[in-house]
Design a protein. Sequence first.
Length: 148
Amino acid sequence: MLAVSIRPVQSSYSIKEKLSFEIRLENVGNESLLLWRSWAWGAGRTDVRVIDNNGKDVMTTFLADQLPPMPRTEDFIELRPTEFFGIRLAEDAAHFVNAPGTYDFMVEHTVPLTEHDIRKYVKLPDLPVWGRERGTIASNKIRIEILK
């Protein structure tokens, strides 16, 4: 019912620049759903993975590890079929890669709380809520060249 996608703003960047790409969550199902607006950056939440030419995950000293605040009613949006919610992420290239080269980027999105826990703390309309029990969804891969 929900898909995540990533789209580059440019195909190449200097390692001294900020990378910029768009990430969006889209309702690809036939029914409306409620989506928590918090991206909650970090592993096991919204994680930007970087893969080198050898197919290995790139590890850097940068760790995106945001603990999201407890949700409130106004933190949820209804996504009707074909609607999407997105963000343009701009971060230093050095937060993602250690050296110039060609890299694949992808996003894995997981909501930190289950629908049951969300409904326990937040009064929401009677629509399905996208929660942790629905698992992790992975985006397409994009290729970005990092220059000196």
